[in-house]
Design a protein around this ligand. Sequence first.
Ligand SMILES: [Zn+2]
Length: 281
Amino acid sequence: MHRLQLDGLEVFHLCASRFRLDGGTMFGVVPRPLWEKVLPPDERNRVELSCNCLLVRQGKNLTLIDTGCGSTFTPREQDIFAFDTSHTLSRALAEAGFAPEQVTRVLLTHLHFDHAGGALHFEGGRLRPLFTQATYLVQRGEWEDALQGHSIMKSSYRPQALLPLEESGQLRLLDGDTPLDGHLSTFVTGGHTAHHQGIMIRTDTHTLVYPGELVPTRAHLRLHWNMAYDMFPYQTLTRKRDFLARAAVQHWIVAWDHDPALPWNRLEASGGQFTPVGVEI
Ligand SMILES: [Zn+2]
């Protein structure tokens, strides 16, 4: 269990899922001989990834950032994505010492199944929100795109599996960059989806940023190493370049949503390259 104390805030890393995606798709235009040295693929060309979620405790408020894949998959999907069922959001939450009903807010970067799937679970044969006391926040444009299946990958959005969030009255839609309280805010990145958002956590002496799919793993620190899943690839490249430069100069802690080995790093910049370094508080 990785944990950071940022002044009065506590941040827990929760590994909500372990699964595999096609390595070629994870690295877009990058040839396999290059990416396979960084993330070695299995015999089906898949690389192992984590769904790294963050849990932020501020007094009695518990904010969860992203929810992983959930566990509502068919046997065929189990085979395709090779889910490691020993990792679930509920289990990671329990290991951190919390129950789902203690979570007061869920922030979703976007609504692809590997980020929003864990927001719901089956109860009495029906899909219901897992976090009964929480408000779920996502960009309005992302919600609309998800319901319309507006994606280059047919299986990325599962509209029927999202509707219970609206039916329960727990959904709150955001319009653009949004300060949430004194410490947390969201910022729209675009790139991966039109309304994909990152999360920023600021305290007196620290800044931690969760850029979501803008920089999913440390391997994506290279400027041209971007996912074929991105709706707007050139926007990913330019926004990522600007984001990484700021993160290095301002000494931010950057959390990776899919890195299989580490939840967060700081960055050092040199000659246009970014190197991850350890986080010492
Ligand atoms: Zn995505």
